[in-house]
Write a protein that binds this ligand. Sequence first.
Ligand SMILES: Cc1ncc(COP(=O)(O)O)c(C=O)c1O
Length: 456
Amino acid sequence: MAKIYDNVLQTIGHTPLVKLNGSVPKNQHTYLAKVEYFNPGGSVKDRMALAIIEDAEKSGALKPGGTIVEATSGNTGVGLAMAAAIKGYKTIFVMPEKISEEKRATLRAYGARVVMTPTGVEADDPRSHYSVAAKFVQLIPNAYSTNQYHNPANEAIHYKTTGPELWEQTEGKIDVFVAGAGTGGTISGVGRYLKEKNPNVKIVCADPFGSILHDMFYHKEIRTAPHSYLVEGIGEDMMPDNVRFGVMDDFVQVGDPEIFQKTRDIVRKDGLLVGPSCGAALVAAIKYSEKLTKPSMIVSLFPDGGRSYLSKAYNDEWMRTNKLAESILTTTRVRELIDARGKKDAAGVKVGDDVASAIKFMRQHGLSTAHVFDSGKFIGILHARDILNALASGRVSPTEPVFHVVKTTMAEVPLDATLAELEQVFRKERVVRVRDAAVALTTADLADFLSAKEQA
Ligand SMILES: Cc1ncc(COP(=O)(O)O)c(C=O)c1O
């Protein structure tokens, strides 16, 4: 029987679920990948692009001949541009400069207009891709902003299609679903569906170091200042409405070097030419699986293909320039630094010591910061600068306990972070708490460790 699609949009979805063999550890678990580059525009975003346009047509927000404006990292753009080409809309895409040239060229090929904005500016800065897109919508008559971050049709299409596909493909045997969150639409929609089918399915978010989502999930506040990173499309510096923490169980932080190395592994050992956010999902899946005691079926969602990253992830020179190739920083974990440091840092002040003696202690040891202990347990850090501010403003007197000036919330990294991530956080912070180890590290600890290795 003939099977002819009316147009290419009908081929969106129903992507294959593929077992990974070479790029995953050999253990009791099964690692599967939902390979979204099989979509006609080449990514998971085709699903939501079409859904958002159809939703806007239904509501009347998008009228015939209208202009679609989107702040996008490229893949959503391709989905929208593809649908717009068929349905007769104009398109304008606004994106940060870090987005690869291949992605921009692809959009132009579909007839879209592409506008670049600086990378690393705050979301509310008038130069950010969010702000510039909003300005276009205001200025162009009959413009429609697809607003992928907050548009409910985004999450809804994954609830309607991606979630059920996974449930059927695994015959309900899926134990863990792992995905990154850019807008959050994929993980939230799939998560909501799978949880309804089986509340025991774990929904795990792969979050790049530098994104605020991990802190917002666990602490409801930003503890580690956001910083830029190289993996595209996942992680956030603001909270999209489509990120629904209610359906998520865990966040696993992942760093650029491990992400890019794993991405290349997936191609060479499993034959799937994927983009870096796929590497991110798989690194998180493997880290998460290490704590599972029962044999589990773990599905990672692979959002896009690797052709758009040939000049980046698949270029050795680019990998070296960006310190992503293997080095002591990318292969050593924070755990090893703490082991090497041993008990050296036990010196510090007690929470009940007075401010005057803490200052004396810091001067004697030539320190600008000191660890603070309560009954032998590390609770926070004393900064000379904070003591000065508190004394100068009369907020504390020299005879009062240091408890009044101790800083208990600070930037954090997990024990299994690499030294590359630690170094990245140190660009903005002088002291970092190691989660799960209740110790803090200073820039001097990292410098000591590296120089000792250098000499060894
Ligand atoms: C390459 C890539 N991976 C992952 C994602 C994340 O998907 P979602 O926006 O559904 O959270 C995106 C989103 O822009 C992306 O472009």
